[in-house]
Design a protein around this ligand. Structure first.
Ligand SMILES: Nc1ncnc2c1ncn2[C@@H]1O[C@H](COP(=O)(O)OP(=O)(O)OP(=O)(O)O)[C@@H](O)[C@H]1O
Ligand SMILES: C[C@@](O)(CCO)CC(=O)[O-]
Ligand SMILES: [Mg+2]
Length: 330
């Protein structure tokens, strides 16, 4: 039996634009998704995902007190699509099919912009390989997990899977099927507060929504995407110089452009503006948007309180530098 953990991430600059080949700057956080794997002696795959919340169950209680509960089969299969694809690709890659019990736990809100889909893909592939006694190179792990995101989402950048695999702070630029990834050394400590509200849309839907806009009015959407790319490059310089004020200004512009793409929501904007009014140097949504998470560049308790007053929850997280690692191996 083996337990693997993979970190979540926040995107400082560049979400959505990175799907179109622009760079992104992301930081792995010390909040983790855990996958415990145990090989079985049959061919079954048994998945216990404790943190998935599924809407809609139907229960029939008969006279004798027997209870039959049903849930939406399609919704269950779709919710497990990242885990299922991760196992399929790991089996293909290792050319070995063995039944497995998987137990999944998350310290992060699932589907809220912190990269849980990437963390579950990375941790599942690594857990399957290690449980079967194989080593897997981190570059290969990150490539396979990216493939999971591409297969499930239709279109995905390597950002989240790179962060869940390697950790740290990374400048990421997709180049076709390759990923340029450069570790970034910050010139100052970067204080971040994460605020979140529940999210209904999935990253898959949000990426598809931006794609539709891009196809219908490319001459309007393309400059926004390119502009986000320029912000990311400047943001990297600001981070390396430790210029927090410039970082904040760039976050604010980045948020405005994400709003223009249609991926912000009223609740996200409320949290973003409340944070700025309470003294944050900058704030923006992070991840795919549509609800979920925002980040504020600040360490002020007033900023946390302001986010909470809008109805958001606050998550305190620092930097993860290890990426995917083994937690225990019996
Ligand atoms: N703990 C978990 N157990 C099983 N599946 C999970 C778990 N966490 C995430 N997933 C899978 O990932 C999906 C959420 O992925 P999605 O990409 O929409 O959000 P995210 O990765 O958290 O945010 P973002 O992509 O914006 O960073 C879930 O619907 C589920 O399929
Ligand atoms: C919205 C997006 O850019 C980031 C999600 O964390 C999607 C992706 O990069 O695949
Ligand atoms: Mg995701």
């Amino acid at each position: 039996m083996i337990t693997i953990r993979a970190p979540g991430k926040v995107i400082l600059y560049g979400e959505h634009a990175v799907v179109y080949g622009e760079p992104a700057l992301a930081m792995a956080i010390n909040k983790y998704l855990y996958v415990t794997a145990r090989a079985r002696d049959d061919n079954k795959i048994n998945i216990n995902a404790r943190d998935l919340r599924l809407a809609g169950i139907s229960v029939t209680i008969s006279e004798g007190g027997d209870v039959v509960a049903k849930t939406d089969y399609g919704a269950v299969i779709s919710a497990l699509s990242y885990v299922k694809r991760a196992i399929e690709l790991a089996m293909e890659y290792l050319d070995k099919k063995v039944g497995i019990d998987l137990e999944i736990r998350s310290e992060m809100p699932v589907g809220a912009g912190l990269g849980t889909s990437a963390a579950v893909a990375v941790a599942t592939i690594l857990a399957y390989a290690k449980e079967l006694g194989y080593d897997i190179d981190k570059r290969e792990l990150s490539r396979l997990a990216w493939q999971v995101e591409k297969d499930v989402q239709g279109s995905a950048s390597p950002t989240d899977t790179t962060m869940a695999t390697f950790g740290g702070i990374m400048y990421i630029k997709p180049e076709g099927n390759n990923t340029v990834m450069e570790p970034v050394k910050p010139g100052a400590n970067v204080p971040l507060i994460i605020g979140y509200v529940p999210r209904i849309s999935t990253t898959k839907d949000l990426v598809a929504m931006v794609r539709r806009k891009y196809e219908i009015m490319r001459n309007i959407i393309e400059p926004i995407i390119k502009s986000i790319g320029l912000i990311t490059k400047k943001g990297r310089e600001a981070l390396e110089m430790g210029d927090l004020e410039l970082m904040g200004t760039l976050m604010n512009i980045n948020h405005g452009l994400l709003d223009a793409l249609g991926v912000s929501t009223r609740q996200l904007n409320d949290m973003v503006y409340a944070a700025r009014h309470a003294g944050a140097l900058g704030s923006k949504l992070t991840g795919a948007g549509g609800g979920g998470c925002m980040i504020a560049l600040s360490d002020r308790i007033e900023v946390e309180k302001a986010i909470e007053l809008t109805g958001g929850s606050v998550l305190r997280a620092g930097l993860d530098t290890n990426g995917a690692t083994i937690v225990s191996n019996d």
